[in-house]
Design a protein around this ligand. Structure first.
Ligand SMILES: NC(=O)N[C@@H](CC(=O)O)C(=O)O
Ligand SMILES: [Zn+2]
Ligand SMILES: [Zn+2]
Length: 344
């Protein structure tokens, strides 16, 4: 039986590091596991221009605990009024690795997002011409679309037409949750990829709703039926380079999740690699873990792989019920559960 595994140091291609005290409390968890991360721009106010991105990058770097090396890769929050020249300049200057599409109202801090994708066609055309990738929260927001159908409907109503209009655009369909998204990404061109979170590989919607409502299993896009989880697991371990690691670690203070109107987001950063590795082992695919965690993401983003390595050992350990960060209490993914792997 394999007792340890050493792989090139992975990167996280979708994470929320927040700001201020919360940033200081969570960034070390990500930096311990990952060399680089695509950092989401959904702050208040959102990161929409080069100057605010440079300032945010400086705050992130200042918050990284001493002795850790970590490179934040910033993204620009798209709005109806995004300026194509500003985004392309930010990309050329190495400030913006990508731009992020939040359909307005889809998720946490998305109210300044895009109300109709057609409003930003000129921005997306400029991005395609510059080779700047688009990260997508892929859900429609119309009140008449069921929350469990919002991703599948987004493919039909937004993503397919977008790629027909701008075929050269590089798109990362982030945190996919459905068999439809897997199928769409598999059949799309090489310019389309997807990230998959640990939670969507581990839980289906029962985890959230059976035996009582469990706010710490609630994130967006919401976990779907078991058939979708199985399709995601198959895609993640398939060795298809279009599917790679993106945790979507999204910390919210405990009381804001344990609430009559609880926030969406799962804080999985502290044990993300362990969580993914459990899935790869269960699927008999440990040999493909490094590709998913450390190679396919950089390849899609056109970046070099990391040269250093990390080692995970087979040791059972219990995930803490609670982790404090910046004065807040965070309930991590897998809280109270035993994981069979541990990052050394
Ligand atoms: N995933 C989530 O449920 N929440 C994210 C936003 C997002 O990625 O959609 C957050 O910022 O809290
Ligand atoms: Zn999202
Ligand atoms: Zn996210």
């Amino acid at each position: 039986m394999t007792t340890s595994i050493t792989i090139r140091r992975p990167d996280d291609w979708h994470v929320h590091l927040r700001d201020g005290a919360m940033l200081a409390g969570v960034v070390g968890h990500t930096a311990r596991q990952f060399a680089r991360a695509i950092v989401m721009p959904n702050l208040t106010p959102p990161v929409t221009d080069v100057a605010s991105a440079v300032a945010y990058r400086d705050r992130i770097l200042a918050a990284v605990p001493a002795g850790m090396t970590f490179t934040p890769l910033l993204t620009a929050y798209l709005t109806d009024r995004s300026d194509p020249a500003e985004l392309v300049r930010g990309h050329a200057e190495g400030v913006f690795t990508a731009a992020k599409l939040y359909p307005a109202g889809a998720t946490t801090n998305s109210d300044k997002g895009v109300t109709d994708i057609r409003n930003i066609d000129s921005v997306l055309e400029a991005m395609a011409a510059a080779g700047m990738p688009l990260c997508v929260h892929g859900e429609v927001t119309h009140a008449d679309v069921d929350v469990f159908d919002r991703e599948a409907v987004f493919i039909e109503q937004v993503l397919e037409p977008l790629l027909a209009r701008i075929p050269g655009l590089r798109v990362i369909f982030e945190h996919i949750t459905t068999a439809e998204a897997v199928q769409f990404v598999e059949s799309a061109g090489a310019n389309v990829a997807a990230t998959i979170t640990p939670q969507h590989l581990h839980i289906n919607r029962n985890a959230m709703l059976v035996g009582g409502i469990r706010p710490h299993a609630y994130c967006l896009p919401v976990a779907k039926r078991e058939t979708h989880r199985l399709a995601l697991r198959k895609a993640a371990v398939s060795g298809n380079p279009k599917f790679f690691l993106g945790t979507d670690s999204a910390p919210h203070a405990r009381e804001t999740k344990e609430s009559a109107c609880g926030c969406a987001g799962i804080f999985n950063a502290p044990y993300a690699l362990e969580s993914y590795l459990v899935v790869f082992e269960q699927e008999g695919a440990i040999g493909r873990f490094e590709d998913f965690a450390s190679r396919f993401g950089p390849a899609f983003y056109g970046l070099a792989v990391n040269e250093d390595t990390v080692t995970l050992e087979r040791v059972e350990h219990v995930v803490p019920a609670c982790i404090s960060a910046g004065g807040a209490e965070l309930v991590p993914f897998h809280a109270g559960e035993t994981l069979g792997w541990r990052l050394v």
